[in-house]
Design a binder for this molecule. Sequence first.
Ligand SMILES: [Zn+2]
Length: 123
Amino acid sequence: MTDAELLERADAIAEHAYAPYSRFHVGAAVLTRDGRVFEGVNVENAAYPLGICAERSALARAVGEGCRPGDVEAIGITASPCGGCRQWLWEFRLDRVTFPVRGGELVTYAPAELLPDTWDLDA
Ligand SMILES: [Zn+2]
């Protein structure tokens, strides 16, 4: 699966987002190294900090199916990831993060490019 195809999956799932407050629907799709795809959407809450982003939603689904850091190869997201999600993408050791920027151009980064000089705790 190409990064563009992964983003198409993210785009298709975005309509299932629960975003009654912002009305900003985001979809994400992660590709595991063994070829599985897990999708996620943003889920908002009236208590705003309790909402979850699409990227973390997709990664949580992958974790629920047994994936661990290093098992996920790539993610397609319909929007630029927030700072908190960039830390998740770093921790899960993805190779590629693809999302559209203004004008619709697709960009792909390594997590370290999105969050330089980050940190780890020993797990
Ligand atoms: Zn986020």
